[in-house]
Design a protein around this ligand. Structure first.
Ligand code: TXA
Ligand code: MG
Length: 332
């Protein structure tokens, strides 16, 4: 059931559902989340079941404000505080050392916790309403509201299509950012970028004076983040990434009767193939991010077996989109 997230009655109904241990669909500025009370282990367990997600892949705990982090985090390094001051509320998740008894089910037993304070007004209103319940709900765990490994949802309708009409989904419109939050690991003495997003490496460096390491640069790296698995964000169609020149050459040699194919491109293309479905990728990174997952869903819905995608530029602002596309391609 989709409820208008701008109505106070909808917010109260969703907060009450969370307090009862139920799941809800929650809009954020990045993507929609499948949410449960972080401190209710049984409710959090239902998220893993509904998504088909392995239980050792930790969830992000969403909080209404920076004050709430001390209910979950043991300490906040100076550089992490600078990132909070610069980017919260907003599309940034920080991995911090965890308080021993907090959000156990969400963190898969790790000694760290992922925390994020979203800026979406509906998410904010819900988190505030949760704090005012008796007893309060201080943290809301929410992975992206899609089945494990699939494309993340950026509208309430995407969530309902994935989880059915039974789920209460707050409608907050189409997500502004469109790809998941930037994740920075703050447990290693210096910032480590685990997942690129709208807040870029350059933004992080400007805010805390340290350029974040990539996880590949860590001495002994063990992958801990599911959004960081190579094959992820996968539509049903096979995705193949090609640079502009390769793509142009490949499209030009297609004959009139070439099999059905979708193409997601930025450079101009010409072809005589009759069953070609062309879709333009926006020219600005932020616009491309906003459109990315819904475009992938639309292209997939055409039923084509193959989507050829033009590789985005190699600059810091495109890193999030590039990353999602590389992982969608790796899944094929
Ligand atoms: O934008 C977002 O972050 C969205 C919205 C709903 O807030 N959420 C989201 O959640 O993308 P999910 O579960 O799809 O991705 C969360 C990522 C996963 O890769 C997870 O492994 C990582 O965060 N993560 C969470 N807690 C962690 C921890 N303690 N250590 C390392 N990685 C962690
Ligand atoms: Mg996800």
């Amino acid at each position: 059931m989709i409820l208008d997230g701008t109505q106070d009655a909808s917010i109260q109904a969703a907060a009450a559902a969370l307090q009862r241990g139920e799941l809800i669909g929650l809009p954020t500025e990045t993507v929609y989340g499948l949410a449960a009370d972080s401190d209710n282990d049984a409710a959090v367990a239902q998220i893993f079941t509904a998504k088909g997600r392995p239980s050792n892949h930790p969830l992000i705990v969403h909080v209404a404000d920076a004050d709430a982090i001390m209910r979950y985090a043991r300490e906040v390094p100076v550089f992490a505080q600078q990132l909070i001051d610069a980017f919260w509320p907003g599309p940034l998740t920080l991995i911090l050392p965890r308080l021993p008894d907090a959000a156990k089910a969400s963190t898969g037993g790790q000694d760290s916790v992922g925390l994020r304070c979203p800026s979406h007004p509906v998410a904010h209103a819900l988190l505030k309403a949760c704090q005012q319940l008796n007893p309060p709900v201080w943290g809301v765990s929410a992975p992206s509201a899609n089945k494990f490994g699939r494309v993340s949802p950026t509208t309430a309708q995407h969530v309902a299509a994935e989880f059915g009409d039974e789920l209460l989904v707050l409608d907050g419109g189409a997500c502004e950012v469109g790809i998941e939050s930037t994740i920075v690991d703050c447990t290693r003495g210096e910032p480590v970028l685990l997942r690129p997003g709208a807040i870029t490496r350059d933004d992080i460096e400007r805010a805390c004076g340290q350029r974040p390491l990539s996880k590949e640069e860590l001495p002994a790296h063990t992958p801990r983040a599911s959004g960081t698995l190579l094959a992820h964000y996968a539509p049903n169609a096979k995705v193949r990434l090609m640079d502009a020149r390769q793509l142009k050459a490949a499209v030009e040699i297609l004959g009139q009767d070439a099999p059905p194919l979708a193409i997601y491109h930025r450079s101009p293309l010409r072809s005589q193939a009759r069953q070609l479905q062309l879709r333009a990728m926006p020219n600005q990174a932020a616009d491309a991010a906003r459109q990315l997952f819904s475009d992938l869903r639309d292209l997939d819905a055409l039923g084509v077996p193959l989507i050829w995608v033009e590789t985005p530029p190699d600059s810091a602002d495109w890193e999030g989109v590039r990353d999602r596309l590389q992982r969608a391609a790796a899944a094929g």
